[in-house]
Design a binder for this molecule. Structure first.
Ligand SMILES: Cc1cc2nc3c(=O)[nH]c(=O)nc-3n(C[C@H](O)[C@H](O)[C@H](O)COP(=O)(O)OP(=O)(O)OC[C@H]3O[C@@H](n4cnc5c(N)ncnc54)[C@H](O)[C@@H]3O)c2cc1C
Length: 436
């Protein structure tokens, strides 16, 4: 059989695995892992491949969870749902809704698998909410020796804290139990306002709104602010105005002007200013899972760092100054969000309420110098990288940033001493040697 090329969403990572397996149930998933372990074959597991770092790259066995989706059971009293690891967030939202439940917070797309989203510490925005893995109360982990391990705060609590964000190096998560909340409606407002006003009101915007974030377009004096709050208003049918703003403006027109900047990079700053001026005031009211996500049809490369919340303003102004001084030819906005601190060993928000700043560059345009320059600013402020997004940190640097780094490595060594869940990138990232 011809070997299949696998590539991630961004198209920056490609590999040719020896085999791609598509289990549909836990028994098959378990058998695949047991067989690979017996044959000393290395495994990487992939959700939907929405990560830019080479987490899923392999020339051996790739387990794709795209056919392992759905809800196994719902405990309506506890408001908990146990779901298969490959379940896409989009589908999950609709299924939970049928049971009167919802996830308490989400990021800005819903294409990812739940296991992929938790394994990289995916997050949304809001000072009251942790990253998505904080919504997990337990899971079943299939370990390198082919055992099913139940993990939660009560059972195997240390492994639980390690595997809540683990990049798939501790084993394959099979089923996940989520703590949900009753379904709720959100009213979303997007508008344009002067950067100075946004920065003046930042603390207020973050504390007075359930979810707040803003986009700063390089070189522009206007920002796009986005607010979401719980409402009793009836859901709004998708209308042409929403379609115009989400699909035509944010994707169609933005895609076209992005292409212009690729051909004529010197137009980048004008395009950024033009885009900031084109932001119209728009609102959307619907059930929460239909509000968080936006279509993302324009491809880009991304770097994102978590920094301590109280350092956000300093970091933001330094980034702005650096972009303007170095005249980087970029036009995609930076996305600025906040999350509550937690106690998950490899969570970028470990032990601190945090801000997240992400930088995007249109696919096909140079991004390395820009990312490196801004990464230096993040590093000066104890920045921790988003695990799914581009960064250049080494194992030693990461060890200094994560108080539970050694504990995580110890658990990894105990669970997978031969390193069957490692690839070259992960070996280097964690500074470990695989046995084969
Ligand atoms: C357009 C776009 C928008 C995004 N928006 C956001 C956002 O708003 N907020 C944010 O924080 N991030 C965001 N991301 C990043 C994204 O959420 C992460 O890359 C996430 O990991 C993607 O999920 P996935 O299913 O594609 O995972 P994959 O990329 O397939 O895998 C990610 C990691 O999870 C591991 N994994 C997958 N399944 C399992 C399993 N069953 N057991 C153990 N490990 C497993 C993989 O081995 C890998 O290490 C965005 C990415 C894109 C491309």
């Amino acid at each position: 059989m011809a070997q299949k090329i696998w590539q991630n969403w961004g198209g920056n990572i490609q590999c040719i695995p020896q085999k791609i397996r598509y289990p549909k149930d836990e028994t098959t998933l378990l058998r695949i892992i047991q067989k690979c372990a017996r044959k000393n074959q290395k495994i990487r597991v992939v959700g939907t491949g929405h990560s830019w770092t080479p987490l899923c790259e392999t020339d051996q066995i790739l387990i794709s969870l795209e056919r392992y989706q759905g809800i196994e059971s719902v405990d309506t009293e506890k408001m908990q749902a146990t779901v298969y690891a490959g379940t896409k967030l989009k589908y999950l939202g609709e299924e939970l809704f049928k049971h009167g439940l919802a996830m308490e917070n989400l990021g800005d797309i819903d294409e990812q698998s739940i296991a992929g989203a938790i394994s990289t510490g995916t997050h949304g925005t809001g000072l009251k909410f942790g990253i998505i893995p904080t919504q997990v109360v337990g899971f079943t982990l299939i370990t390198a020796d082919g055992q099913l391990l139940e993990c939660s705060n009560e059972k195997q609590p240390e492994i639980f804290k390690a595997a809540q964000v683990s990049l798939g190096v501790l084993g394959v998560i099979s089923k996940i139990t989520l703590q949900c909340v009753p379904s709720y409606k959100l009213k979303f407002l997007s508008r344009s306002e002067p950067l100075e006003d946004c920065m003046k009101n930042l603390a207020h915007y973050n504390s007075e709104n359930r979810n707040f974030e803003f986009y700063w377009f390089p070189y522009a004096d206007l920002v796009q602010t986005k607010f979401s709050n719980i409402t009793d208003e009836p859901p709004q049918e998708a209308n042409f105005f929403n379609y115009w703003s989400d699909v035509i403006l944010e994707n169609g027109v933005f895609g076209a002007v992005s292409e212009l900047t690729r051909w004529i990079p010197s137009t980048s700053s004008s395009v950024a200013k033009f885009t900031s001026q084109a932001v119209a005031t728009s609102t959307k009211t619907n059930w929460s899972h239909r509000v968080y996500a936006m279509p993302r049809l324009v491809k880009f490369n991304e770097m994102e760092y978590n920094i301590p919340l109280e350092q956000f303003e300093d970091v933001f102004w330094e980034i702005k100054e650096c972009v303007e001084k170095e005249q980087f030819q970029v036009h995609f906005p930076t996305e600025n969000r906040v999350v509550k601190g937690d106690d998950i060993y490899l969570s970028p928000a470990y032990g601190r309420d945090s801000a997240h700043i992400s930088l995007h560059v249109y696919k096909g345009k140079p991004y390395k110098q820009y990312f490196k320059a801004i990464e230096a600013i993040f590093r000066n402020h104890n920045g921790r990288p988003h695990w799914a997004k581009m960064h250049h940190l080494t194992a030693n640097e990461l060890a200094d940033l994560y108080p539970m780094w050694d504990k995580f490595l110890q658990i990894r060594q105990e669970l997978d001493p031969k390193g069957i869940f490692l690839n070259g990138y992960l070996q280097q990232l964690f500074g470990v040697k695989a046995v084969y």
